[in-house]
Design a binder for this molecule. Structure first.
Ligand code: 4UU
Length: 534
């Protein structure tokens, strides 16, 4: 059967995302501070965000030859300039591809090339990597802009582009909003390597509008702590869009550490924390959390990875605040969220308005209530396509428009969904994607390795998955613990820190494969239960 949202359908004002998030439904005054840098104390008002982003858009157009449809890559941790630059590029009619600043030069180069980025905005600590990646992707140094107001090594600051005039943000008709890509975040989807996800203006407007309509708890009085990175769809949707639309206040921190996180909550009397499960574990288990006054908190949202019922209950008991869950994918940012009047621990909540789901058996049959099967989603938030990759798009979105998530879910009679298993290849470390295919192809370049498969293993202690590599050695290479360490080190040298083989390396004689050569990960997932210490 098809499960329709229990919320009444809403009318979605399809338009450009810039116009939508600055439409100011709560009547926010221009002098209200909406962003505060929790480390430096720098503040940005609502009026300044709008004005600077439009002045930056004008600078891009007038001084940097930026054209509608051009792609700007962002390579920075969260900070106030991020918002001005990103919204400026969107106002100028561009597309933004946000990258993880932890990416190595090769990882960033891949994203630059694949997205066909023409411009890069980078914060100073990441400049040398950005210059190398730009060279590899044929982006001239004159198209690199630095965060802040200082020129370094001939690379100009973005603030030197801030114009005297404010550009008029490019407008989109409803049809144009549906066909025009605004963001290119990267996701491996159900299989293979990372792909550019074409999120249109209409996708983003629809998603923000859905939450705006059902989520009464967030208002302009709320004070949020933003530790989720803006380059991931969860942080991008929440902080760069939803919270601006609502006109709430957001305190930004560029990188998670528990002490700073707790200090900021106490100091700024934070009400709301959208987080990932490993942060919940720390708040429940770590003594540092007890040293601070966290009593201002009244909303906690967990998403991007499974949060167990037990952990949610412990958190609820300890802090006496509701812990909601949100579920989503880069390919359809947020589809489910716990309803305020019915939070069920262990559930990802209800389907947002205007959305439909079905749950499919392995044989492709539509299942009913309480029967586990693959969750499929349809509605206005589902991405347009994977960039320049029709085969991957067709494998993920069927001809009737259903996005196949690769997650196994059930739904109960109250309309609450539960994610019970992930069957796609993807491994998630603290909410970040680790595509096994990427680590596998890197392992195959190691001289001692003949074949390899990477799977995830769950660490209860950190409430996250670790990647583990099964490797088949080349003939005559002896197995040893030293070699395992060398292989771990080899991967660590070539990938961003969060993709390291934290679960270790295991030797195997042969990787189990189907007749067509596909790795049978299910067999490895069963096998690892008996041979891994975690
Ligand atoms: C179990 O993780 C995301 C997006 C998350 C998100 C976005 C906006 C959460 C709340 C919000 O407001 O995207 P990706 O593409 O990095 O990873 C998608 C995958 C899902 O397919 C699923 O396997 O991450 C897993 N996932 C979850 N699993 C996401 N949310 C959950 C969840 N429980 N709550």
């Amino acid at each position: 059967m098809i499960f329709k949202s229990l919320y009444p359908n809403i009318e979605i004002p399809f338009q450009g995302i810039y116009q939508y998030i600055t439409s100011n439904p709560n009547g926010i005054k221009d002098d209200k501070t909406i962003f505060i840098d929790g480390i430096t104390g720098r503040k940005l008002t609502y009026g300044a965000l709008k004005s600077y982003s439009k002045k930056f858009a004008a600078g891009l157009i007038d001084k940097a030859d930026f054209k509608c449809g051009d792609v700007l890559a962002m390579y920075s941790p969260n900070q106030i300039d991020y918002l001005i630059i990103l919204l400026g590029a969107i106002a100028a009619g561009g597309k933004v591809t946000p990258a993880n600043p932890m990416y190595t030069v090769d990882e960033f180069t891949n994203q630059l090339k694949d997205s066909r980025a023409k411009y890069i905005a980078v914060s100073p600590p990441f400049l040398s990597k950005a210059i190398k990646a730009a060279a590899a992707a044929n982006i001239p140094v004159s198209n690199i802009f630095l965060f802040g107001d200082k020129e370094i090594d001939g690379i100009k600051s973005y603030s030197s582009l801030i114009s005297k005039r404010e550009a008029i943000p490019i407008e989109y008709s409803s049809e144009e909003a549906k066909s025009t890509t605004a963001y290119l975040c990267y996701s491996s989807g159900t299989t293979g390597r990372s792909k550019g996800v074409e999120t249109t203006h209409a996708n983003m407007v629809a998603n923000v509008h859905q939450i705006h309509n059902v989520e009464g708890v967030i208002d302009d009085e709320s004070i949020y702590l933003s530790v989720l990175p803006f380059f991931h769809i969860y942080g991008l949707l929440f902080f760069v869009h939803l919270v601006i639309l609502k006109g709430a206040t957001i305190v930004i921190m560029p990188k998670f550490d528990l002490t700073t996180f707790c200090r900021i909550i106490q100091e700024y009397k934070i009400n709301a924390i959208p987080v990932v499960p490993p942060i919940i574990v720390l708040l429940v288990k770590h003594p540092i959390a007890r040293k601070y006054d966290l009593s201002s908190l009244n909303i906690c949202l967990s998403g991007a990875a499974p949060l167990s019922k037990e952990l949610a209950e412990e958190f609820n008991k300890m802090y006496n605040i509701q812990i909601k869950q949100g579920y989503g994918l880069t390919e359809s940012p947020i589809t489910h969220v716990s309803a305020t009047d019915l939070v069920i621990h262990g559930s990802v909540g209800r389907l947002l308005p205007n959305m439909e789901c079905k749950i499919l058996s392995q044989g492709g049959e539509e299942l009913g209530y309480n029967q586990p099967g693959e969750l499929c989603i349809r509605g206005p938030t589902v991405m347009k396509s994977y960039l320049n990759n029709k085969a991957a798009t067709d494998a993920c979105i069927d001809p009737e428009g259903w996005l196949h998530t690769g997650d196994i879910a059930t739904v109960d009679e109250t309309g609450n969904f539960y994610i019970v298993e992930r069957v796609k290849e993807l491994i998630k470390y603290k909410g970040f994607q680790i595509p096994p295919a990427e680590l596998e192809s890197l392992l195959l370049t190691h001289p001692s390795i003949a074949d390899a498969a990477v799977i995830g293993i769950y660490s209860n202690q950190e409430a996250t998955e670790y990647p583990v590599a099964y490797v088949v050695l080349q003939q005559n290479i002896p197995k040893s613990d030293q070699l395992k360490e060398e292989i771990k080190g080899f991967i660590a040298q070539n990938v961003a820190n969060y993709k390291k083989l934290r679960g270790g390396v295991l030797f195997i004689d042969q990787i189990p494969k189907s007749e067509s050569g596909k790795i049978l990960r299910r067999i490895l997932r069963e096998r690892i239960k008996t041979e891994h210490p975690l």
